[in-house]
Structure formats: structure tokens, C-alpha cells
Design a protein around this ligand. Structure first.
Ligand code: FCB
Length: 464
């Protein structure tokens, strides 16, 4: 690839030490396809994407980017970007089709081949064990609201760990448990599409328990590994400086960030949120010893950042409680610039978040495991996309990471989301997050301008 010039774009200059790790990220259901091959059974996303109206355009992951069949070419593409590391997830229903019982060797073999292919290309594999594709068999048995799922997850983790831990050093358990629990079981916009807030609270607790159990077991198995978890995090500021809005921001921050990080890092759910929930007659289903398991030490926190938020404690009509009698927590989007997801573009909030994590959860190394943006791309006749908007987004957010490092935050790496355009969950294929364009009719991959800029940024920082 020739060096990229980005005419007309004024991009911030970024400076990182050569030890800083650069990567690209994907997840299994979003790219693999081959949903019925080599013994894979359905996941909750195979089922949910068939529910009329659940996914834009009726899209599903049956073929996606056909990565299962094109893996060697995709690894060559990753290598061509000059990254240090590649974050991928393992599909539980390939490895253990119904979520319990014996391993499916043909499914696990795919990740074995992928690991070897990456290592041969000089790219370090970074494993995520769970990126939302729960085996449907486990959902039928109660899903994440069922405590047993946490134990099933730890068993599954060991099947993967036993196969790959001689070559994979970084192991993250869950991707974004907030999305699994809240979008999956409370709002129902993600699989499995349930709308039961108490089930979502139980899911939160059992996801965290599963993380702790799996981490303990993998660590006990021995070897030199780095363990961690990835959370989606933003910032929650009051829309105005009133007590009502400050209260809404506190609740949003508690439910979005602290109910995960406090038990993980401090061994306790935040008391203000426990009190809020008690006032509504709800609670996390904690048993003796759970919080010790959940707070088992880990070495890296994966940070997925897309945007910051402001919150108001009143609805559009001025009410401070909703129809269920609960306090209003209404999102008010800051600023005016937006991505195609209608997500606000707030790089300064990224710095704010990272500095806050460093302050409130000290001693925990951070890696940005996802950051990126969807825009309405237009490919030219060669398939090339001159994505000034995405290039600027990445440059501004990487500069925000550099600013947080200057303020003392211990941030060791950055993964762009995503390597490829892919199945964007409830948005289907309509929203493109890739730095590489995918023509879904031909499966041709074409690096976008943002990919070339990213590659050059990595090269520049390595040779400092
Ligand atoms: C995150 C998910 C990832 C992708 C991006 C846009 O919440 O982890 O799979 O969908 O958002």
C-alpha cells in the first residue's frame, strides 16, 4: 500500500512510545458466517435475528463477512495494516454447541488455525471468550438470569484455554456485559430480546460471576497470562447544574459503569445503587462468597468507548418520575456532531473517562479494546472509500488517548473497531464501522482511507 496523504484534513499529531500496542478488533457472530458448519449450533443471535422486526432489513449473520472461509486472507489483510495485535472472539456455540457437555473439536480447530495463522504473520492474538453469542440451548435453560450459566461459562472458558493457552497470552472473558444484560434482558433490543428489568439485574450478577469463575480457573491452570474483561464505558454528566440532573447522572453512571467496576475492583456493588434498587423492590441475587469470586484480581481492563452522555432527571413534560414511579433518567446528547448511529462525537469525554478510571480504579492497566465510528460510506468504482469523517474520528480519539496518558493514565494499547464492515447487531449491515470496506455481494475487502491513515500512524509511532 502506498503512503496515504489525506488532502484537506487537519488531523491532530499523536505521539506514543514504541511499546504502545496497536490493533484491530472484530467479533465472531459479526464476521464469521458459516453458522451451521462443523457442528456449530444456533446462538441467541441466530434465533433473535429471525424475529420479524428485530434487526433492520431482516439481516442475520448466516454469511456475514464469510470470515470462517476466508480467514487466511483476512489474517494477511491484518498483517498488511502493520498492527501488533488482533482482538477476536470465540463463538461458544462452535466450541460447545449447546453450552454444556463435551467439546466440539471441529469448531475449536478453527480458532487453533486462526491462532497459528496470526502468529505466523507476526500478529499477537487477543482472545475475547464471550462477545454475545450465547448458545441457544443455554438461553432455553434460562440464559444469563440463570445462575448456572456462570458455571457453564467457566467450563467453556477452560475448553478454549486448554487448547490455546500455550500460544495466546491475553485472555479477556466478557465483552460489554452491560449490553448482554441491559439490551438483552431489559430493553430487549438485542438478543435474546427479553424485557424484564429484574432478569437483567440477575444477568449482570451472573455475567460478573462467570467472569470471576473463569478467571480463577484459567489462572489456576498455570502459565504466564494476562487476564481481563472489556466494559463499554462513557461519561455521564448532568445536562444542567441542578440537583435533579446531578441525581440522574449519578444513577446513569452507577448503572452503566460502577455496578461493573466496583464489584470487579472493590468487591462490592455501589451502595447508592443498591439503595436505589431496594427502593424499587429489586436487588442483585448475591450469594455468600460471590463478591470474592467476582473481585478476583485481573491484569487489564479493556475499555470500549464510543461517546459521552449528559443526563436529565426530568422528561420532556417536566416530570421527575416515570409511569412506574421510578426517577427519570433521560439521555440528552451533548454537542451537535453525530455519527451515522446518531452517536455524539465527544473525544474530550474520552480523555475525561480515562483519567477518571485511573483516579477511581488505580493500579489497573487500561487498553482501548474498541473505538471507532459508523458513517454513510460511498465507495468509488474500485471499492475505495475516502472516509474523511472516520479518519478524523479515529485521529481525534487517538489524540484523546494520548492526552489521558499525559495526565497519568496507564493506557497500553488501542484497537480500532472494526477491521471490517460487519453485522452491526440490531442495525444489520446498514451501519459500517470497518476501516476496511466489505462489498457483501462479492466479499471483496478494500482498505478505506482510515485504514491507510491508521497503518501510517502506527509506522510513524514505531520508528520514533
Ligand atoms: C460495541 C460492540 C461491538 C460493535 C460496536 C459498534 O458495543 O462491542 O460488537 O457492535 O459496539
Amino acid at each position: 500500500m502506498n503512503p496515504v496523504a489525506v488532502p484537506g484534513l487537519v488531523l491532530p499529531e499523536v505521539t506514543f512510545p514504541p511499546s504502545f500496542k496497536w490493533g484491530v478488533a472484530t467479533s465472531s457472530y459479526q464476521i464469521e458466517g458459516a453458522v451451521a458448519e462443523d457442528g456449530r449450533a444456533p446462538s441467541i443471535w441466530d434465533t433473535f435475528s429471525r424475529v420479524p422486526g428485530a434487526v433492520v432489513g431482516g439481516d442475520h449473520g448466516d454469511v456475514a463477512c464469510d470470515h470462517y472461509h476466508r480467514m487466511p486472507q483476512d489474517v494477511a489483510l491484518i498483517k498488511s495494516l502493520g498492527v501488533d495485535t488482533y482482538r477476536f472472539s470465540v463463538a461458544w456455540p462452535r466450541v460447545q454447541p449447546h453450552g454444556q457437555g463435551p467439546v466440539n473439536p471441529a469448531g475449536l480447530a478453527f480458532y487453533d488455525r486462526l491462532t497459528d495463522e496470526l502468529l505466523a504473520a507476526g500478529v499477537d492474538p487477543w482472545v475475547t471468550l464471550y462477545h454475545w453469542d450465547l448458545p441457544q440451548g443455554l438461553e432455553d435453560a434460562g440464559g444469563w438470569p440463570n445462575r448456572d450459566t456462570a458455571y457453564r461459562f467457566a467450563d467453556y472458558a477452560m475448553l478454549v484455554f486448554n487448547k490455546l493457552s500455550d500460544r495466546v497470552t491475553t485472555w479477556t472473558t466478557l465483552n460489554e456485559p452491560w449490553c448482554s444484560a441491559w439490551l438483552g434482558y431489559a430493553t430487549g433490543v438485542h438478543a435474546p430480546g427479553r424485557k424484564d428489568p429484574d432478569a437483567a439485574l440477575a444477568a449482570v450478577h451472573h455475567l460478573l460471576l462467570g467472569h470471576g469463575l473463569a478467571t480463577q480457573r484459567m489462572r489456576e491452570a498455570g502459565g504466564e497470562h494476562t487476564f481481563g474483561i472489556t466494559l463499554n464505558m462513557g461519561t455521564a454528566d448532568p445536562a444542567t447544574d441542578t440537583e435533579t440532573d446531578r441525581g440522574a447522572a449519578r444513577r446513569a453512571d452507577g448503572m452503566g459503569l460502577r455496578i461493573y467496576l466496583d464489584p470487579l475492583c472493590k468487591g462490592a456493588y455501589p451502595q447508592d445503587i443498591v439503595d436505589d434498587l431496594a427502593a424499587q423492590g429489586s436487588a442483585f441475587p448475591v450469594r455468600d462468597g460471590d463478591l470474592e469470586i467476582i473481585s478476583t484480581p485481573f491484569e487489564v481492563l479493556g475499555v470500549n468507548f464510543y461517546f459521552g452522555q449528559d443526563f436529565s432527571g426530568t422528561d420532556e413534560h417536566g416530570n421527575t418520575v416515570d409511569t412506574a414511579g421510578h426517577p427519570v433518567v433521560r439521555e440528552v446528547k451533548p454537542g451537535t456532531a453525530r455519527t451515522a448511529m446518531d452517536w455524539p462525537i465527544t473525544p474530550e469525554r474520552f480523555t475525561q473517562l480515562l483519567v477518571r478510571l485511573h483516579r477511581d480504579y488505580p493500579g489497573l492497566p487500561l487498553v482501548i479494546t474498541e473505538n471507532g465510528a459508523a458513517f454513510d460510506d460511498t465507495a468509488d468504482e474500485t471499492g475505495f472509500v475516502a472516509d474523511d469523517d472516520r479518519t478524523s474520528y479515529l485521529a481525534e480519539h487517538i489524540a484523546a488517548v494520548a492526552a489521558a496518558r499525559e495526565q497519568g493514565a496507564d493506557i497500553r494499547g488501542y484497537f480500532a473497531w472494526s477491521l471490517l464492515d460487519n453485522f452491526e447487531w440490531a442495525e444489520g449491515y446498514a451501519k459500517r464501522f470497518g476501516i476496511v470496506h466489505v462489498d457483501y455481494a462479492t466479499q471483496v475487502r478494500t482498505p478505506k482511507q482510515s485504514a491507510l491513515w491508521f497503518r501510517d500512524t502506527i509506522t510513524r509511532n514505531r520508528s520514533r
